[in-house]
Design a protein around this ligand. Structure first.
Ligand code: SAJ
Length: 452
């Protein structure tokens, strides 16, 4: 072990002196900014990417990530031009790396079981290529116990090396958010989980080169739990807000007034009810947490129930549309319905797990002619008036800035649209003959400017 201790100390010194060579497996929305950040910090970085078109783009200094990511395209151009960072399709190029970061997708299937094909393939490639003394860090979000039960045995088996002797292993989950990838990478604290405390310490030295926020050294299981719990926490709290909204609608309450006043109570921070929960993190990570308890005698009830509440919201919005159309004397099967917003988050082009998808599917299943608008999603970014024209109903699903202040009510002279359903309480329903606002019961009429 003395040799191993010396080897780890030498690695830490190479990291500190920026002589350590870094490999990043997976150049997606997490891996690419990470590779650029370490290259910009002065390290030699190779990014391994299986999509050859992305490899080609990146090696030309062109950023393959769509959407607004401040600073990323410029940084990529710089580090590629200086030769600090290059992309490769060949995992064999990892054979001279001192540190290898793994950033590949870890989805769950429709039974909420984690799908680790990409993770297994990545770790197998790493195990085949890596030299003795390499530090391997999984940054992907994984179910608790995955490091012990999958990553460790797989790397040992493929490499023939023994962990903490022939190589070092850790888990440092990312906390980036689309639209703020580089900013979050630099300014948001990280939980740094090492297989051993010594490994965690060297990992802190590594991340200190690019992270200005807290770096909290711990073990791998704690790191796996922190990431999945923080997102399950958010999902459960959003579900709570949504359930209160449903109750308010049913009894003539106004969840938006209730929420404002609840949040005046010390220690309360009720989140925003809405049309549902999308994205690549929040809908998935709670299931990774739940998976860890699978097969063990622990009654896991709240997290799945919260997922069901949030997944039910787009269908609730569809019901709101049907009811409002019926009040206006319009059958949904004869209605033309304009859906405003198709990304999962305001001012984003990301449509992964968007609540708008089940809403549109449900309305079309009921026979409606549904047209979609979204200024950030190229497929739906045509003229808004074309979408609104002849619409019998308008459904606001995403609070894009572009919709702020939009006057939709028929009195606005913008055509006859008796029904407006505001599923994010953006205040667009004011003045409409038949409007519904998420979380507001019948008879509760909003006043202009009465917004979340
Ligand atoms: N949503 C609500 N009500 C809320 C908040 C969100 O309905 O009060 C909906 C949004 O409309 C969206 C979904 O939930 O459809 C997710 O929104 P989000 O604000 O959580 O944004 P995400 O999915 O990008 O979450 C990421 C997460 N970050 C990482 O996983 C690293 C999450 O942990 C962060 O809290 C979040 O960014 C953030 O706001 O920073």
């Amino acid at each position: 072990m003395e040799d191993s201790g010396r080897m780890l100390a030498q690695l830490e010194r190479r990291i500190f002196e920026k002589r350590a060579r870094i490999g990043v497996v997976g150049l997606g929305y997490v891996g690419l900014p990470v590779a650029c950040a370490f290259a910009a910090a002065g390290f030699d970085v190779i990014g391994i990417e299986m999509r050859s078109d992305r490899v080609e783009q990146i090696n030309k200094g062109v950023c393959p990530i769509q959407g607004s990511e401040p600073g990323l395209a410029e940084l990529l151009g710089e580090v590629v031009a200086t030769g600090r960072m290059r992309a490769s399709i060949d995992a064999g190029d990892l054979d001279d790396r001192d540190v290898i970061l793994v950033n590949v997708e870890t989805p769950v299937d429709d039974q909420h079981i984690p799908q680790y094909h990409a993770l297994r393939a990545a770790l197998t490639s790493v195990g085949q290529a890596m030299k003795r003394g390499t530090l391997v860090i999984v940054e992907s979000t994984i179910a608790p116990r995955t490091m012990d039960d999958l990553a460790l045995p797989l790397l040992q088996q493929v490499s023939g090396l023994t962990a903490n002797d022939g190589f070092y292993l850790g888990h440092c989950p990312e906390r980036v958010m689309p639209g703020r990838l580089l900013q979050n990478l630099r300014t948001v604290s990280r939980t740094v989980g090492g297989m051993t405390p010594e490994t965690a310490r060297v990992m802190v030295t590594l991340y200190r080169q690019i992270v200005a926020a807290d770096l909290d050294a711990t073990d791998c299981l704690t790191a796996e739990l922190v990431k999945t719990v923080e997102n399950a926490y958010r999902d459960v709290n959003i579900a709570f807000a949504n359930e209160v909204a449903l109750i308010c609608e049913a009894i003539g309450g106004d969840v938006w007034k209730v929420r404002d006043l609840v949040n005046k109570s010390p220690g309360r921070d009720m989140l925003l009810p809405g049309a549902g929960v999308g994205g690549h993190c929040i809908p998935k990570d709670p299931w990774l947490l739940v998976h860890a308890a699978r097969g063990r005698d622990v009654p896991v009830r709240l997290v799945p129930a919260a997922r069901a509440v949030n997944d039910g919201m787009p269908y609730h919005v569809a019901d709101m549309v049907v009811e409002a159309l019926a009040e206006a004397g319009i059958a949904v099967a004869e209605a033309r319905i304009a859906v405003l917003g198709y990304s999962y988050l305001e001012n984003s082009d990301d449509t992964r797990n968007t609540p708008s998808e089940p809403l549109v599917r449900q309305l079309r299943a009921l026979g409606a002619d549904v047209v979609i608008h979204d200024p950030h999603v190229s497929e739906y970014a045509g003229p808004l008036d074309d979408v609104l024209r002849r619409a019998d109903a308008v459904v606001l699903m995403v609070r894009h800035d572009a919709y702020q202040g939009l006057t939709l009510a028929p009195t606005s002279g913008a055509g006859n649209r008796p029904v407006i359903v505001d599923a994010r309480n953006m205040g667009l329903g004011v003045g409409a003959s038949f409007s519904r606002i998420i979380g507001r019961g019948a008879g509760v009429t909003p006043t202009a400017g009465d917004r979340a």
